[in-house]
Write a new protein. Structure first.
Length: 364
């Protein structure tokens, strides 16, 4: 292996990317966005960038613990290692940092960015491209019905074709909300729902019954993760419309949820839950083998990791849904590029790697 392909430097830091405005989901209000970043440099001058967005309420990992393990382990994991041994490097990262998926994701993404630059291809070519571009949804947080309808009008005017609505606080309110949104936007606009574990089984049945004519595309994580088995008793028509989110963290969860009788017809893969591109690919392979559709989601994230998720989503044959709006409401970022948003679609650049440009110098 070429000595010039060795990693000679690793930089780790965190940034509060801030939000243009706070938003609420069924169990939390979010008003800041701490992301961690990993920048690697090879002997040949090629660099790679990765980012992580820890979500303590989902994975138990906060940005302090994430940053600490990166500072403690990044050099040992990467310095003087050859980038061409990327599979072995990712395996070592997963074994060393089992409780820090966002930290693993930041390292993993940086490696794949640099590796695909060495190969002089966009990242999606490493995995094999299956889609040219896909529509993404944009999220409406928990608000009043009037505010939600106003947001829906604004997003449609901006060119979005898919709306994802946060629900789960009160099922009767949610039913009224969906009816109002459908009155507000045309039938050509897709509506998705994310209950964030806020429903009981009876709530879910009621919601589906009274929104049946509103053409809901999918329902994300309706029940609490601990009540996954309750999903087995539901009609197949409801299961097929439901996406596992908080119930699906890693490849082991994918194997558990893909055993018959199925609980969900859709897997929502997030790099920040599973630990990066390598484990995401394993989840996608399980879904493909079992005929389960894929949704690719995100936290509030830098363009860095959103771009990484887009590349692997476009490389997965069973990808059906994109929910990669996590960088749209950031007040700032450390990179530009990665993709273009055109008429509600995310289109990757054709440049090598993630296709992002640093907006400033990376200090030691």
């Amino acid at each position: 292996m070429c000595i010039r392909d060795r990693i000679k430097n690793v930089r780790v830091w965190s940034e509060d990317l801030k939000l243009t405005q706070p938003y609420s989901i069924s169990y939390e209000t979010i008003d800041s966005v701490e992301n961690v970043f990993v920048h690697i440099e090879l002997e040949n001058g090629i660099w790679g960038i990765g980012s992580g967005s820890p979500a303590e309420f989902v994975t138990g990992e906060d940005h302090v613990s994430c940053l600490n393990v990166l500072n403690d382990h990044s050099n040992d994991l990467l310095i003087n290692k050859n980038i061409n041994s990327i599979e072995a490097l990712c395996k070592s990262i997963n074994e060393t940092l089992p409780s820090n998926p966002a930290a693993r994701a930041a390292l993993d993404i940086a490696l794949f960015d640099a590796y695909s630059k060495i190969k002089k291809v966009p990242l999606f070519e490493i995995f094999g491209r299956r889609h040219d571009s896909l529509y993404t949804s944009i999220t409406i947080g928990i608000k009043s019905i009037e505010e939600s309808a106003k947001d829906a009008e604004e997003y449609v005017a901006r060119g979005f074709h898919l709306l994802k609505v946060k629900t789960g606080s009160n099922v009767d309110h949610d039913i009224e909300l969906i009816h109002k949104l459908r009155e507000t936007v045309s039938s050509s606009i897709g509506i998705r729902v994310d209950a964030n574990q806020g429903y009981s089984k009876d709530d879910l049945i009621k919601f589906v019954k009274y929104t049946e004519k509103q053409n809901i595309e999918l329902i994300e994580q309706p029940l609490p993760r601990d009540f996954d088995d309750d999903m087995k008793d539901l009609p197949k028509s409801i299961q097929n419309k439901c996406a596992a989110d908080e119930s699906l963290h890693d490849p082991d969860d994918a194997l558990r949820l893909s055993k018959e009788p199925y609980r969900f017809g859709i897997f929502n893969i997030k790099l920040m839950k599973c630990g990066g591109l390598s484990p995401a690919k394993k989840i996608a392979q399980t879904a493909y083998q079992k005929g389960i559709d894929l949704m690719w989601g995100c936290m509030d994230e830098s363009i860095v990791s959103i771009s990484a998720a887009l590349h692997i989503a476009l490389s997965s044959p069973t990808t059906k849904y994109l929910d990669l709006d996590g960088s749209f409401d950031l007040a700032k970022d450390i990179v530009s590029g990665g993709f273009k948003l055109k008429d509600g679609k995310l289109i990757p650049t054709m440049r090598p790697g993630l296709g992002v440009d640093l907006l400033g110098e990376i200090s030691d």
